[in-house]
Design a protein around this ligand. Structure first.
Ligand code: GDP
Ligand code: MG
Length: 166
């Protein structure tokens, strides 16, 4: 993956799509999402299903660690399986974010009723899907889910003090 990620993820041709735990076990919803992706002309180059540990979810969303919703976000993201998709296509970073819609599903239903979050999102962190917000984020986030060496390092991360406390 080194060459692949270096050469492709530093432009706008690859991005990470996540189907979050609120939707990932709903086969029909996952099929709907994948159908929309391929109908738009994007290619799914790789797919993994993983239940994130709290440490992995915290690392993935580290940029939000000071936000009041962070604990709830980490708890949600580690509550069940996530489906990660490596998407490839012209301008796919921006295009997939458009398909995903606004962060809040309620806002999405108001402003982008055709978006995936409007269709499948619930509330709070439970907004069905994730999309990398830039080519740089995509490179980092694709490494997180699809780079075997990075994934192994994350899995070996020691438990947090809260998890080891009696
Ligand atoms: P995104 O890029 O549209 O996914 O949004 P952000 O990067 O701002 O936030 C990351 C994730 O945190 C979102 O997808 C939601 O799952 C969750 N989140 C963001 N803002 C809020 C909020 O105000 N409240 C709650 N409960 N969760 C939020
Ligand atoms: Mg974001």
């Amino acid at each position: 993956y080194d060459d692949f990620l270096m050469q492709r993820a530093d432009d706008a041709h690859c991005t990470l799509a996540l189907v979050k735990p609120d939707v990932a076990q709903d086969e029909q919803a996952v099929a709907t999402i994948i159908g929309r992706i391929t109908a738009r002309g994007y290619t799914i180059k790789d797919r993994v299903e993983i239940t994130l540990s709290r440490a992995q979810a915290s690392a993935f969303y580290a940029e939000h660690s000071d936000r009041p919703f962070f604990e709830g976000l980490v708890a949600f993201m580690s509550s069940g399986p996530t489906v990660a998709l490596l998407l490839e296509g012209d301008d796919v970073v921006r295009g997939w974010r458009m398909m995903v819609g606004p962060t809040s599903p309620a806002t999405a239903r108001q402003q982008m009723p055709q978006s995936i979050r409007a269709l499948l999102g619930d509330d709070g962190p439970r907004n069905a899907v994730h999309g990398s917000d830039s080519a740089e984020s995509a490179q980092r986030e694709l490494g997180f889910f699809f780079h075997p060496r990075i994934q192994a390092e994350v899995e070996e991360e020691p438990p947090t003090p809260a998890e080891t406390a009696v």
